[in-house]
Design a protein around this ligand. Structure first.
Ligand code: MG
Length: 342
């Protein structure tokens, strides 16, 4: 896909064009070590007379433009809180406080805004964090679709915890915390009226509680990433590139609900590229895989956690092994099959 010098929807999809924009523009202009790591949050060491003992914070920000603003299993407020808490949790950080900037379209019903703010407060209680500062702007009718939210978060990284997309190693087990694609297909169904009934619900949820359980079990967790835009396929490619590893995945082991599979078939998309708002992938030392899986499964948000693959040394790549014995290279998401789902 070529952009002819203009921004396309695909630049916001989290896939190949988003990466191209980040690397060619943002990284070049804002050159610094924290940003260059390209993890879910930036790690910042606080000034200390002894740098080895310095406390480390995680800091992150996200914009939310999902349409519609309410859908089964969540709304724009819930994913704004969960998404920011989850980006902090992917560095192992405990959230200290969140901010929210609300950009509202003139004419938005007070009742709807009240419902969404209530949902944000409920999600913050689930994550055991407070929303401590914010901002409100209103734009003319038509200059925004209903409302957008920008959230930021700060968290404290416990001593000894060091997680990054660069830390995966040959021999690591690859684990996912549950079924994939629920959020993206639910939002598309709600927006486009695809007519799927049944159990389609967004998985939006704060993962910090489950991550704390995982990290208290072992020191063998190397990398965590939440599977938002671009889905599992894009996250695995990012980690393969950042860590310089080959990842082999067993397609039959990847959990996907039948309703999500049916939705993906109708939309002509691969569930491996569909966004989630309450799922993560973990790279852990093989000797710890069982203990980490047990910790995940003992938490309500990780009941369906499974091992889906293994890391080896080799050219950075992601290879999916199909149930009939074939193998295909899984690339980063190209284009934007599901715009504005978060
Ligand atoms: Mg993330």
């Amino acid at each position: 896909m070529r952009d002819n010098g203009r921004i396309l929807l695909a630049h916001g999809a989290g896939g190949r064009l988003t990466h191209e924009l980040i690397e060619s523009l943002f990284l070049r202009r804002f050159e610094n070590k924290s940003l260059a790591a390209l993890d879910d949050s930036a790690e910042i060491a606080l000034p200390d007379s002894d740098p080895a003992r310095a406390a480390r914070i995680a800091f992150t920000t996200d914009g939310y433009v999902v349409q519609p603003i309410e859908f089964p299993g969540g709304d724009i407020g819930r994913i704004a809180v969960c998404g920011t808490v989850n980006d902090l949790a992917m560095l192992g950080a405990r959230p200290l406080g969140l901010s929210a900037a609300m950009i509202l379209e003139e004419g938005l019903e007070r009742e709807i805004l009240d419902r969404i703010v209530g949902s944000m407060a409920a999600a913050a209680r689930e994550a055991k964090v407070d929303l401590v500062t914010g901002d409100t702007k209103v734009v003319e009718r038509g200059a925004a679709t209903r409302m957008y939210i920008v959230t930021s978060g700060v968290g404290l990284i416990p001593p000894g915890v060091s997680l990054s997309g660069r830390n995966a190693r040959p021999g690591d087990a690859v684990l996912v915390s549950g079924t994939l694609g629920d959020h993206g297909v639910t939002v598309m169904n709600a927006r486009e009226g695809l007519g799927f009934e049944g159990d389609l619900r967004s998985d939006a949820a704060p993962l910090n509680g489950m991550v704390e359980n995982m990290l208290s079990e072992t020191d063998g967790v190397h990398t965590l990433r939440d599977l938002t835009r671009g889905g599992l396929g894009t996250a695995l490619n990012e980690i393969a590139g950042a860590s310089g590893i080959r990842i082999d995945i067993d397609e039959a082991a990847i959990p996907v609900r039948s309703s999500v599979q049916a939705g993906c078939q109708m939309l002509g998309i691969d569930p491996l590229y569909v966004a989630n708002e309450g799922k993560l992938v973990a790279f852990v030392e093989d000797r710890c895989a069982h203990a980490v899986l047990t910790a995940m499964r003992s938490h309500p948000l990780g009941r369906d956690a499974v091992r889906i693959g293994t890391v080896s040394a080799g050219e950075p790549s992601v290879v999916v092994h199909t149930p009939i014995g074939g193998a295909r290279r899984l690339l980063m998401l190209d284009g934007d099959p599901l715009p504005r789902i978060c």
